[in-house]
Design a protein around this ligand. Structure first.
Ligand SMILES: Cc1cc2nc3c(=O)[nH]c(=O)nc-3n(C[C@H](O)[C@H](O)[C@H](O)COP(=O)(O)OP(=O)(O)OC[C@H]3O[C@@H](n4cnc5c(N)ncnc54)[C@H](O)[C@@H]3O)c2cc1C
Length: 322
């Protein structure tokens, strides 16, 4: 399997009791976009911020993880900012829970990865099917062969570079666009007073401000995570990161009055493939002849629950195959 994000991990857990599954991921940790950046003494969830659970199946899946404490509701003071004005406010409560990984977003994927064969820090550059078996070629020159099936769970634009465009999956993946995002991470020596823990920002080049340290189980160090809008990130995807940071700091100050230049830790991350609009196609892909399959949020929507749904749909299809 390529990718140890939520979709890859959920699918692997579903089928690993009956099959030998190996997950390859180019990152040093599991979780993909459910990511946490460590910059001592600060921790930042710089990818996904929170998630909801609308379906009964996802809620059931979360139950043991909530029981184990690796998922917890975030009782944030939520605000909507239109420009520099708070236009609505409410508190997130247990009637409509907004969940996060605890004590960090990547705690959930880490818990799911326990007991799975994950090979990290290996970017798969090419996959080849010969005599009914798949071989994967990694960026360090190593190759891994003898796989009956190849399951791709990477973001849609990262699929054809591995399998080629000349296939049904390649054509489908290339038809689904993904949008970019920048994450600005700020760690402060002293807490900053904010009228919200989480804010959706409208009519600006930033779309989101969160007090990361207000999430459950976080350490006391005050941290902020700011996201650019997908539109601004797409339009400025090759911009120098120092310029991105400067623009986002200026935007942060103009909408919230927070002076991010006072932060003692400042980091910026470019997410080239962060988000997908709602799709109307299948929830996953299976080609029984070539023994290649795919799942991931991009089949449905750029959401954690969508990644779960896609993986669960693929696992359901595999129950009839394997
Ligand atoms: C900035 C940002 C904010 C977000 N906010 C939210 C939110 O608030 N709520 C919400 O529900 N969702 C949010 N999301 C979306 C959410 O994170 C995703 O929907 C979900 O994590 C996708 O999971 P996935 O397994 O489908 O893909 P991913 O998590 O992207 O996993 C794919 C994996 O494939 C690996 N990979 C790719 N190519 C290769 C290769 N060639 N070789 C080896 N490995 C490879 C990657 O390293 C990655 O680990 C956000 C995402 C971002 C980036």
């Amino acid at each position: 399997m390529i990718g140890a994000g939520l979709a890859g991990l959920v699918f692997a857990r579903e089928v690993s009791a009956q099959n030998d599954v190996v997950l390859f991921d180019k990152s040093r940790g599991v979780g993909g976009r459910m990511a946490t950046r460590y910059a001592d003494p600060y921790r930042f969830d710089h990818g996904a911020q929170f998630f909801t659970a609308r379906s009964a199946t996802f809620r059931k899946f979360l139950e043991p993880l909530i029981g184990a404490g690796v998922v917890a509701p975030w009782h944030a003071r939520f605000a909507e900012l239109t420009g520099d004005t708070i236009t609505s406010e409410r508190s997130w409560d247990d009637d409509h829970p907004h969940y996060v990984g605890a004590p960090a977003m990547n705690a959930l994927p880490k818990a799911l990865a326990e007991g799975l064969d994950t090979r990290l820090g290996l970017r798969i550059e090419r996959a080849n099917l010969e005599k009914g078996l798949w071989t994967l070629f990694a960026d360090d020159g190593s190759e891994f062969g003898g796989f009956d099936w190849l399951v791709c769970t990477q973001p849609s634009p990262q699929i054809t570079p591995v399998i080629g465009a000349d296939s049904a999956l390649g054509a489908l993946a290339d038809s689904v666009e993904m949008k970019a995002c920048y994450a600005l991470m700020l760690g402060f020596d002293q807490p900053v007073a904010t009228p919200f823990d989480a804010a959706r920002v409208l009519q600006a080049d930033i779309s989101w401000i969160s007090v990361n340290s207000s999430k459950p189980g976080r350490s006391g160090d005050f941290t902020l995570v700011v996201h650019a809008t997908n539109a601004w990130a797409d339009a400025n995807i090759e911009l120098d990161l120092a310029e991105v940071s400067a623009h986002m700091l200026e935007q942060l100050e103009s909408v919230s009055g927070i002076d991010g230049r006072r932060a003692s830790e400042r980091q910026i991350h470019r997410w080239r493939y962060a988000n997908t609009d709602k799709q109307n196609g299948p929830a996953c892909f299976v080609d029984r002849e070539s023994k290649i399959a795919a799942c991931g949020d991009w089949f449905i929507r750029g959401r954690i629950e969508a990644a779960f749904r896609s993986a669960a749909a693929l696992a359901e299809e595999f129950r009839a195959i394997l």
